[in-house]
Design a protein around this ligand. Structure first.
Ligand SMILES: NC(=O)c1ccc[n+]([C@@H]2O[C@H](COP(=O)([O-])OP(=O)(O)OC[C@H]3O[C@@H](n4cnc5c(N)ncnc54)[C@H](OP(=O)(O)O)[C@@H]3O)[C@@H](O)[C@H]2O)c1
Length: 242
């Protein structure tokens, strides 16, 4: 049976690779992001199995609107992948410390928590919830506010896994290291820094969106059904460093 898979940040980078995997396995994907044109282009490439649903998920009313639309159209959600996020520090700009911490919290915590809470009542028994964190939540190196915001998702996932476990719903966190070919760095990553990040891996290669997407797809499979309340790192061993 085709699953209803909701993917925040599904128009670009890791979220788009996640969407490609689910479309390949015959599932219906719903791509959420703020930029309608980006989502429309991605959904167009993915074909009939994809729906573009523009929304700013840092806004509670927008998350509620998404819920209402999904409830009316599908009546359930089988898999929820929270990939929306990013490090606002990388955007440059002249933000105060309070603004940086607030904006990274909004971008990484509120986007995931507001969507997940809005969709809680729609989650099908045996369903899956995934949250995308970062290596920065575990070992630092994420400008302070970004890693801290991602780290907030971990205990949220543990508590949610306990709540939803009796219904056979698993909740896991994927914490990637450096992943190339996304909009995360907004074109601001120097080649020197890129090589440093690759050099921190134990397998000496860059991470790609598919590395994260294939794990997400497996966690959502029947085979992943006994893995819950975990933080799974995808970083070529970079957390250990060299
Ligand atoms: N790339 C890396 O090296 C790396 C490493 C560790 C963790 N991560 C995490 O992986 C996730 C995916 O990032 P990525 O690398 O694939 O970068 P990306 O291409 O920039 O993807 C982030 C996505 O989130 C969406 N988004 C951001 N804020 C949103 C909001 N308020 N409401 C709805 N959608 C929003 C963006 O679309 P709009 O701008 O159109 O809203 C975009 O599609 C992020 O959570 C990121 O923090 C990335």
């Amino acid at each position: 049976m085709s699953r209803i898979v909701v993917i925040s940040g599904g128009g670009t980078g890791i979220g788009l690779a996640v969407a490609e995997n689910f479309v390949r396995s015959g599932d219906q994907v719903v791509l959420i992001g703020r930029r309608k044109e980006v989502l429309d282009a991605a959904a167009g490439r993915l074909g009939a199995g994809a729906l573009a649903l523009p929304a700013d998920l840092a806004d509670e009313q927008e998350a509620a609107r998404v819920r209402d639309l999904l409830a009316e159209r599908y009546g359930r959600v089988d898999v929820l992948v929270n990939s929306a996020g990013g490090n606002v520090v990388l955007g440059g700009g002249d933000l105060t410390t309070a603004e940086l911490w607030t904006e990274n919290f909004r971008a990484n915590v509120l986007t995931a928590v507001l969507l997940t809470e809005a969709l809680r009542g729609l989650l099908a028994d045996g369903g899956r919830v995934l949250l995308v964190s970062s290596i920065a939540a575990i070992r630092g190196g994420g400008s302070g506010s970004y890693g801290a915001a991602k780290a907030a998702l971990h205990p949220y996932a543990y508590d949610l896994a306990a709540d939803l476990g009796p219904r056979g719903i698993t909740v896991n966190v994927i914490a990637p290291g450096f992943v190339d070919d996304t909009e995360f760095f907004g074109g601001r990553l120097s080649e020197e820094r890129r090589q440093t990040l690759i050099g921190q891996t134990l397998n000496g290669r860059v991470g790609v969106p598919e590395d994260v997407a294939s794990l997400a797809h497996w966690l959502a499979s029947q085979g992943g059904g006994h893995v819950t309340a975990q933080v799974l790192q995808v970083n070529g061993g970079a957390e250990r460093g060299r």
